[in-house]
Design a protein around this ligand. Structure first.
Ligand code: FHN
Length: 419
């Protein structure tokens, strides 16, 4: 017993020493992320070739839901040759629509790497496409001033070790491919993990994984999908994630302390990847209003597109993105770089703030005026942000008179100057 105690103490002391030798590097600076507000999620992989899911809403789950055998599914790798893929074209679209970053599926649950991995030939360089999509997108992102983050699924339906020897899969494949993503493409802006739900952070060795990423990529922001049940909670994360309209309003007790920014990811249709018979796409108006709602509550919107197997972004999705960009072109000042307003409530609409300005976002004409309760600063002016039309205001009652003619926009933003 005594020998065991001594051994245990020595082990604990050596672990403490290792931890001391390799202290966790600090969180990356998240200012750009908190200012960016709007990113584009791209789900693209072999599932785009499959293009359907007879048993579920997401094409990215077709392999699992339709119980497609690995030997059958992996044949898509020899058909996936997207001749119309143009990374620069994607990044120019991201910029045109007013998004500031892209999160790209470097490997989804299907296990196919969209980059050249030395750890497998089940990747886009070693099969039909013979291209490193991650590398092309990083080059295009840098050229267009777009931040680039890699989605990476810890869950893997293809790799044999995932089922037969998870610790080996984690140690060699998961850590190995994340190390490749953090080493082979220069500075990157984020790692977006997913597929974590069946195992605790300890099984994924999340702390070591985060330490490795921060050591290799000190500016990369890491999300919270690092283990079962820790979304919106784990202090390892640089930002928290919510998913789809069902979660967009939810926040965890941890988030009440406002210690991490959060991001809501959302499909335009139903599926995360391209599906011939996807659900009806949300309207541009709904998407603009959702962006404003998320930003007014201190979050970012990561809006998803699923490119076709040929590499083109479906036009109905691209058009909705362009509509958002058109709105942002005249209203973006009330979105980018703003922060959530606390302590002031409005009789109608939603608020954001930046410097000595408040932005009141209204979906419909709320009557003749809006009152800002709790505002203890002097109002110096008010106008319609998109047009510059000056509005009457009464500083004594902290009320703003609404324009008689209401603009035909998804959201009308009123800018209020404060002393
Ligand atoms: O299973 C995935 C799904 O395919 C998609 O990638 C979303 C995006 O956040 N995450 C998982 C479902 O929660």
């Amino acid at each position: 017993m005594k020998k065991l105690t001594i051994t245990l103490c020595c082990t604990l002391l050596s672990l403490a020493a290792i931890a001391q030798e390799n202290p966790m590097p600090p969180h990356a600076d998240n200012t750009w992320f908190k200012d960016a507000k709007f990113g584009i999620f791209v789900h693209w992989g072999l599932y785009a070739v499959h293009g359907k899911n007879d048993k579920g809403p997401y094409v990215s789950w077709a392999m699992e839901n339709e119980q497609i055998p690995v030997a059958v599914y992996e044949k898509y790798a020899d058909r996936f040759n997207p001749t119309r893929f143009n990374a620069d074209g994607w990044m120019k679209l991201v910029k045109e629509v007013g998004a500031k970053y892209m999160t790209f599926t470097s490997k989804h649950h299907e296990g196919f790497a969209m980059f050249d991995s030395a750890l497998t030939d089940y990747d886009s360089m070693d099969r039909a496409a013979k291209r490193d999509f991650v590398g092309e997108l990083v080059t295009a992102a840098r050229a267009n001033g777009v931040k680039i983050s890699f989605y990476y699924s810890t869950l893997d339906w293809h790799h044999p070790d995932f089922k037969t020897d998870l610790p080996k899969y984690v140690d060699e494949f998961l850590f190995g491919q994340v190390r490749e993503l953090c080493t082979n493409y220069g500075p990157i802006d984020g790692l977006w993990f997913d597929g974590e739900w069946d195992h605790p952070e300890t099984t994924w060795r999340a702390e070591e994984l985060v330490r490795m990423i921060r050591t290799l990529q000190p500016n990369a922001l890491i999300n919270d999908r690092l283990g079962k049940g820790v979304r919106g909670i784990t202090p390892l994360a640089d930002f928290y994630t919510r998913e789809q309209m069902s979660e967009i309003g939810e926040k965890t007790a941890t988030e009440d302390k406002d210690i991490r920014p959060w991001e809501a990811c959302l499909t335009i249709g139903t599926s995360w990847g391209y599906m011939k018979k996807d659900g009806p796409p949300k309207s541009s108006t709904e998407l603009i209003r959702t962006l404003v709602d998320v930003v007014s509550r201190g979050g970012n919107l990561l809006l998803n597109v699923g490119p076709k197997p040929n590499g083109e972004i479906p036009e109905p999705l691209a058009q909705r993105l362009r509509d958002i960009g058109t709105w942002l072109a005249t209203n973006g000042d009330g979105i980018y770089g703003t922060r959530q307003v606390k302590g002031i409530t409005t009789s109608s609409g939603k608020l954001t703030a930046k410097g000595d300005r408040l932005f009141l976002h209204l979906e419909t004409r709320p009557g003749d005026s809006v009152t800002l309760t709790g505002l203890d600063r002097t109002i110096t002016g008010a106008s319609v942000l998109a047009t510059g039309e000056a509005l009457e205001f009464d500083d004594a009652t902290k009320s703003i008179r609404m324009p008689a003619a209401w603009p035909a926009a998804a959201v009308t933003t009123i800018v209020v100057g404060l002393e």
